[in-house]
Design a protein around this ligand. Structure first.
Ligand code: ZN
Length: 529
């Protein structure tokens, strides 16, 4: 509860706000106009006062936020941030994880104070706007009020605590209680407990800690962590859909960005206005990138020979395609054995076994991502089924969803056709061709109106940024080997596979900058099979 001191609203502030929000000030009437506009545009607003007319909270969602929530309701991240308005009202943001693995805001609330009752009210507002049965997990930092409100409002949905905050909280405690040469080892052992998928290993690490620390520290672990292991132990929540969000980083970085526009000097109306403008910008940019990616695929796929890889790239978002192609590569390179048991198949490699069917698997990749894993893909290869098709994948990862999800009409403007030509064989030839193209473009752009020029240049910058985006493997989940990322076939690509013809598992369109392939070393393969 250490956050309380940040958010304490002085009686004077509440009084001021009460006065203002009664309609006596510019701020109140400005808020009123803005909130009405959000509702008129198809959004949602709820504003609450207590029976003494004191401000309690204001929750709002723009139409775009509601759309995102309805499309991507599976994993939601919650957190508060502070110092965003002159009344020091804490700001709650709920964020969804989209098909590209990016976080997008789906609800904001300014609340009088950060407690379970207010958060529960905000969650009631949230749950009125979508099918709550679709939410598979929540991600929070270790905030008691948030967790209590979630358990109250969504009793059946698992809550995961951010791994980064776990590390911080435990580290802070241990540093106080243990000698400086002793605490890193205990912290490391505890974090191993967080990450292990094996219950036996979890128990043995728990014994290690118990046997190596004073009783007071053991009691701390018992009370704060081991009694609540379902919130953080991977061995207990390995089957929970997480979409690679194991921290609240998406939301923390969002909150850091909005601080450019929100601070303790601005009115509530300015805070709401700046926030909705920033949100809409974020959502629009994300949708635009999704559309551009969906339309860039025909260029990408035309440079490849592999039908399955092409289907994956043409069906899925880039985030999902990268992950599935990694799994496909593993399914083709690992020496799996397969046996039939009842209606299921047992796919095994060394001592590791997974029971799976051509459509579902018990492994954590499949459970946490809702994407076909190496075991499913292997079974399909063995049975002679089409190795990949769209029915294997949750709709949130399909490009159709990303494309239909946006309202602007530039999507058809960008389909690219690849025509091989003699003068693109060398880097020099490609440079000349590109320069000629960009020179034509510059002439064209320079005579447009300023508005049109800015629109088109922004569009191009956005397109360019999609070529330079890191692949989906920047996650903290280092247990997953990384697939090759370069499409530049003129550059030798180092992979550990003996069958390099199978390894056209490539995702980048950036021919100018071939990316060195990350070696899938044998020990990693063993670890993930
Ligand atoms: Zn599997």
């Amino acid at each position: 509860m250490e956050k309380w001191h940040h958010c304490a609203v002085l009686p004077k502030d509440v009084y001021n706000l009460k006065q203002k929000l009664k309609g006596s000030s510019t701020d109140a009437s400005d808020c009123d106009v803005l909130l009405r506009q959000i509702v008129d545009d198809g959004g949602f607003v709820e504003y609450a006062k207590d029976d003494k007319n004191n401000f309690m909270y204001v929750v709002f969602q723009t139409k775009q936020m509601i759309d995102v929530l309805q499309k991507f309701p599976e994993v939601l991240i919650l957190d508060f941030t502070y110092k965003t308005n002159k009344y020091l009202l804490p700001l709650l943001t709920v964020m969804a994880v989209d098909g590209e693995g990016h976080g997008l805001p789906v609800l904001h609330a300014f609340v009088k104070k950060e407690d379970t009752e207010f958060i529960a009210k905000c969650l009631t507002a949230l749950s009125s706007k979508y099918d709550t049965g679709l939410t598979c997990s929540f991600m929070v930092d270790k905030d008691f009020a948030e967790m209590s409100a979630l358990e109250l409002m969504f009793p059946d949905v698992p809550i995961n605590i951010c791994h980064f905050h776990i590390n911080q909280a435990v580290s802070r405690f241990l540093r106080k209680e243990l000698a400086s040469d002793a605490y890193p080892k205990v912290l490391e052992t505890f974090m191993a407990q967080v990450y292990t998928e094996s219950t036996e290993e979890y128990n043995s690490l728990k014994d290690d800690i118990t046997n190596s620390v004073p009783q007071k520290v053991a009691d701390y672990f018992q009370r704060n962590w081991w009694d609540k292991s379902k919130f953080w132990a991977t061995s207990e929540n390995r089957s929970v859909l997480k979409l690679k969000a194991t921290t609240t980083n998406h939301l923390e970085s969002f909150h850091a960005k909005i601080k450019k526009y929100l601070n303790v000097h601005i009115s509530l109306a300015s805070a709401i206005e700046n926030l909705t403008m920033f949100d809409n910008g974020q959502i629009t940019t994300s949708l635009r990138s999704a559309v551009i990616r969906a339309n860039s695929v025909c260029y990408r796929s035309s440079t490849m020979q592999d039908d399955t890889v092409n289907t994956v790239l043409n069906t899925l978002t880039r985030f999902a395609a990268d992950l599935v192609i990694q799994q496909l590569t593993l399914s083709r390179t690992v020496n799996y054995a397969i046996t039939v048991a009842n209606s299921e198949y047992i796919v095994s490699y060394k001592e590791k076994q997974h029971s799976a069917t051509p459509t579902v698997c018990e492994c954590s990749f499949h459970k946490q991502m809702k994407l076909p894993c190496r075991h499913i893909l292997f079974i399909r290869q063995q049975l002679g089924l089409p190795v990949f098709d769209a029915s294997l994948v949750h709709g949130r990862f399909c490009q159709d969803l990303a494309s239909t999800h946006q309202s602007q009409n530039f999507s058809s403007a960008l389909s690219t056709v690849f025509v091989p030509s003699a003068n693109t064989k060398t880097a020099e030839g490609r440079y000349r061709k590109a320069t000629a193209l960009f020179s034509d473009m510059a002439s064209y752009l320079s005579v447009l109106s300023e508005q049109e020029f800015l629109e088109k240049v922004t569009f191009l910058e956005c397109l360019f940024s999609t070529w330079h985006e890191p692949t989906a493997t920047t996650s903290t989940d280092t247990s997953q080997p990384t697939a090759a990322t370069s499409t530049d076939t003129s550059q030798p690509t180092a992979t550990t596979s003996t069958d390099t013809s199978q390894l056209t598992a490539t995702t980048s369109t950036d021919n100018a900058q071939p990316t060195a392939t990350t070696a899938t070393d044998a020990s990693q393969l063993t670890a993930t099979t």
